[in-house]
Design a protein around this ligand. Structure first.
Ligand code: PLP
Length: 358
């Protein structure tokens, strides 16, 4: 695909490789194994860039994504979505002669899935980081021990340890806030691990994975496995948190210009919610944006253009508010390049086609 026909993802491979190597090194220095989340790119080609760096273990966010990657040689895969009985046919299809890992916070799910499974699989207990999406609450040690005992009594599960996604790191600003959040999570996880060890469970590992903490902290001591995903591309949200620099962002979107309106300082692009999602970012100044305009370059993109932002969104249209000079230079049929607010959702919407640049 070429730029100009449709909105298209531009991927800077050099930056992707740098981002992967940095995270791989951070895991190594923290004494943790590395199981990157592939939901961010969902691409076999980008998967090969990981494999070239000797990364063999992956995380995915759905049974279908596990089928996609495991059919293509990824034999060590964690499905990081609570398991349920409806997906057992997929677990049974994937588990033979490979390492399939699942997660749960539910006694009911363990009993129901155990009955229908045909193979042994690894199982993580998900811990609620405090934002109440999924997971056993930190303070509920009796529920934790009960769940571990039901797993122990099952026919098909092997307890791997405690898994957490501290999604509230997306509300943090700066390294200090991330360090405080991480320390708090680790204190609680260690209390839970100790309770399990005292109840007779050994080899309880800790799996940790959110890009802000995994990127923003110098050390993640105490973690046994690291599973961030977004770090592969980063985005404006991560830059605003302080998890990356703008120069680390490895994904931009090239969008055709479909209208130019100097009288209201706006440019309309083909690039809307079906390409970027409706995820927005509000800066401390109060400015809310859906993306930032960057310089077009022959093989990629350059610096952000001051005062030019993606500010409005409908299904296919995007509204850019720009400076008077920049708007005057735009032409219908040209292209504008945009850094997205959230690269995971953007790539999910634009894949499988992307253009490698840089
Ligand atoms: N693990 C789990 C369970 C997740 O839900 C996610 C993201 O939603 C990740 C890991 C990766 O986190 P991030 O997107 O911050 O890299």
């Amino acid at each position: 695909m070429e730029t100009g026909a449709l909105p298209v993802a531009l991927i800077n491979k050099r930056r992707v490789l740098d981002n992967i190597c940095r995270m791989q090194e951070r895991a190594r220095c923290s004494g943790a194994s590395f199981r990157p989340h592939f939901k961010t790119h969902q691409s076999l080609e980008i998967g090969e860039w990981f494999r070239d760096l000797d990364i063999q273990s992956i995380t995915v966010s759905s049974p279908a994504m596990a089928q996609f990657f495991m059919a293509n040689g990824w034999d060590d895969c964690l499905i990081a979505l609570p398991m349920h009985a409806g997906a057992v046919p997929v677990y049974n299809e994937l588990a033979p002669s490979r390492n399939l890992e699942l997660l749960t916070d539910s006694v009911v799910a363990v009993q129901a899935v155990d009955q229908a499974l045909q193979q042994r699989v690894g199982l993580w207990i998900e811990v609620d980081a405090g934002y109440q999406r999924t997971g056993v609450p930190f303070h509920n040690l009796p529920a934790l021990i009960e769940l571990a005992c039901v797993i122990e009594e099952s026919t098909h599960f092997e307890l791997r340890g405690l898994l957490i996604h501290a999604g509230q790191s997306y509300s943090c600003k700066g390294k200090e806030a991330l360090a405080d959040l991480f320390a708090d999570q680790m204190r609680r996880l260690n209390t839970m691990r100790t309770a399990l060890v005292e109840a007779g469970f050994d080899n309880v590992r800790i799996s940790y994975g959110d890009t802000p903490c995994c990127s923003g902290l110098d050390s993640l001591t105490g973690v046994d496995e690291l599973r961030p995903g977004n770090f592969v591309f980063y985005d404006l949200m991560q830059e605003n948190i302080g998890a990356c620099e703008e120069a680390d962002i490895a994904l931009a979107v090239s969008c055709p210009v479909i209208g130019v309106y100097p009288e209201r300082s706006q440019v309309l692009i083909h690039g809307g919610a079906v390409h970027f999602s409706k995820e927005s970012l509000t800066y401390d100044s109060g400015l809310t944006i859906f993306g930032k305009v960057v310089e077009n370059q022959l093989n990629g993109w350059g610096n952000p253009l001051s005062g030019c932002y993606l500010r409005g969104m409908s299904q296919e249209h995007g509204v850019i508010e720009g400076t008077e000079d920049w708007v005057k230079q735009q032409k219908v049929g040209g292209v504008v390049t945009i850094l997205p607010v959230h690269s995971c959702l953007t790539m999910n919407l634009l894949r499988p086609d992307f253009i490698e640049v840089g």
